[in-house]
Design a protein around this ligand. Structure first.
Ligand code: SAM
Ligand code: SF4
Length: 490
């Protein structure tokens, strides 16, 4: 479960991110690297008001696949279990209850989960095996057919039912499911286990009302539901009281937020209010949909120092024709207009994006438009993906599928172009100083690592000890494509 940084000082220049996963670095550390992350909070209650129930001796193991929303859902699921007296264990072999919180955004992610389930074919005896999240919602009771040793299948829109489902299993239930999508509730828990000591996540909106033709999310996470602003702010205050200084607001389309309370706040109102919570020094948000990205968000970042200077604004394709086929609801020009607003801000705001290559019918000319968009947008990093046909999506049966080898070729070309952009841009930052929140260390090498407000990863040396969790000034001495080396300015 522990996450590591992608690159230590000694390995600068290599891309620690996997091409297969399509992940580059900004936004989500990936792969094995030099530095150790902070120790996990492991069962500590991030919600100061609530005390876990007395332990019952029952144990659980929870593995999470996919996005930050899944990570945070798992923190809440762990909270629900701890509230019922379960304790977390390090390996599935030790656990009474083994849960997989799954992702089905691409086929590979789904296959990985079925491989994990296969491990239990002859070993599940006496254990409860459960599948949560997107794959659970997508496959439903089919999972019982493919893996009859599974007892629990529950999609994220039904997590409110989890305590009830677990109670049914505890009293001998053999197969229980939570697969409703028609709930207008969000997943609130009395207890949330916080696995990151420094950055606390708050989901402000669940589900998605867009219908991008390639995407399973509306099917797996259900329609959009926003949380009331007073509940979000109360959580932010509790987190600040518990010592957090950085909050990340989450949603599949976080900026489509609409306060369901009579206040009727828009996303930007909530953003400003969370940033004003005493003790909070950094507020991040992901993922923004370009269609709901308004200039007022850039103005807020310019005006409010606590709002981090980083926007993740997925474009998916640089071709308006492909964007139309994807049902993305904006053109290349409209998207680039928003990039211009961000680049024109007084603060230098870093911009990252998601890009899909090999969407059905994507021609060489379409792909060339995506490459030229990279040159114009000059992203600080991208997450790049080969299009993966998914069930229950309208693109699934589109004609003119692009062959796998061609998708791989385009992905490699795209990543190469982006890498050159990052190398050139990052070189220019050598000599500059940034405030870094220290979130990792390598004791043997007395190296530290942390993120700037713009989410750049800097590994640095310092004569000081005990820097974890501190905000320090770091001067960049060397630049790699995905991260930097520096020294503590004391
Ligand atoms: N809501 C976000 C948005 O609208 O940009 C995206 C959330 S989605 C969980 C994360 C990313 O996965 C997408 O931005 C897209 O690039 C990628 N993705 C989604 N479906 C995909 C598919 N079928 N094949 C390849 N990549 C996909
Ligand atoms: Fe998927 Fe599109 Fe919704 Fe993002 S906006 S979650 S890509 S359907």
């Amino acid at each position: 479960m522990a996450k590591t940084f992608d690159v230590g000082i000694e390995s600068l220049g290599s891309n620690g991110a996997s091409q297969e996963a399509g992940h580059q670095v900004v936004g989500r550390p990936a792969g094995a690297g030099g530095l150790l992350p902070l120790p996990l909070r492991g069962g500590r209650d991030g919600d100061a008001a609530v005390t876990p129930a007395a332990t019952t001796g029952k144990s659980f193991f929870l593995e999470t696949f996919g996005c930050q929303m899944n990570d945070h859902d798992s923190e809440k699921v762990a909270g629900v279990l701890q509230g019922r007296g379960y304790h977390a264990v390090e390996s599935p072999a030790q656990a009474d209850l083994v849960l997989y919180n799954t992702c089905s955004i691409r086929e590979k992610a789904a296959q990985k989960v079925f491989a994990r389930l296969g491990d239990w074919k002859t070993l599940a005896d006496g254990k409860i095996i459960g599948v949560l999240g997107c794959l659970a919602q997508q496959e439903g009771e089919e999972i019982f057919e493919r893996a009859p040793w599974v007892s629990l299948v529950c999609g994220s829109a039904s997590y409110r039912k989890l305590p009830e489902l677990i109670a049914q299993l505890e009293s001998g239930g053999r197969r229980v499911t939570g697969l409703d999508l028609d709930t207008d509730e969000t997943f609130e828990t009395e207890l949330t286990r916080r696995d990151n000591l420094l950055r606390a996540y708050i989901t402000i909106i669940e589900g998605c009302d867009y219908a991008c033709s390639y995407c399973v999310v509306p099917h797996t996470r259900g329609p959009e539901r926003s949380r009331a602003s007073d509940a979000v702010l109360a959580e932010a205050r509790r987190l600040a009281d518990a010592g957090y200084t950085e909050i990340q607001l989450l949603g599949q389309t976080v900026n489509s937020y609409r306060d369901p309370s009579p206040l009727g706040w828009k996303f930007v109102d909530l953003l400003r209010a969370v940033a004003a919570v005493p003790g909070i020094r950094r507020v991040r948000f992901t993922t923004s949909h370009p269609n709901d990205f308004h200039r007022s968000i850039v103005d807020a970042i310019d005006e409010v120092p606590e709002l981090c200077d980083h926007v993740h604004l997925p474009v998916q394709s640089g071709s308006t024709r492909v964007l139309r086929e994807m049902l993305r609801a904006y053109t290349r020009e409209e998207y680039l207009q928003k990039i211009e607003w961000i680049r024109a801000a007084r603060r230098p705001i870093s911009i990252t994006s998601d890009i899909i290559v090999g969407f059905p019918g994507e021609t060489e000319a379409d792909f060339a438009e995506t490459l030229s968009l990279l040159d114009t947008a000059k992203y600080d990093a991208i997450f790049s993906f080969k299009y993966s046909p998914r069930p229950n999506t309208s693109a699934m049966h589109m004609p003119d599928a692009i062959p796998e080898e061609e998708k791989s070729r385009r992905l490699a070309v795209l990543n190469e172009r982006q890498r050159a952009i990052q190398i050139a841009a990052n070189e220019k930052l050598v000599g500059q100083s940034y405030e870094v929140l220290v979130d990792g260390c390598h004791p043997a090498r007395t190296q530290w690592g942390g993120r700037t407000s713009c989410n750049r990863l800097i590994n640095f040396t310092s004569p000081h000890v005990n820097l974890l969790g501190e905000y320090v000034q770091v001067k960049i001495t060397r630049a790699g494509p995905n991260s930097f080396a520096g020294e503590h300015v004391t």
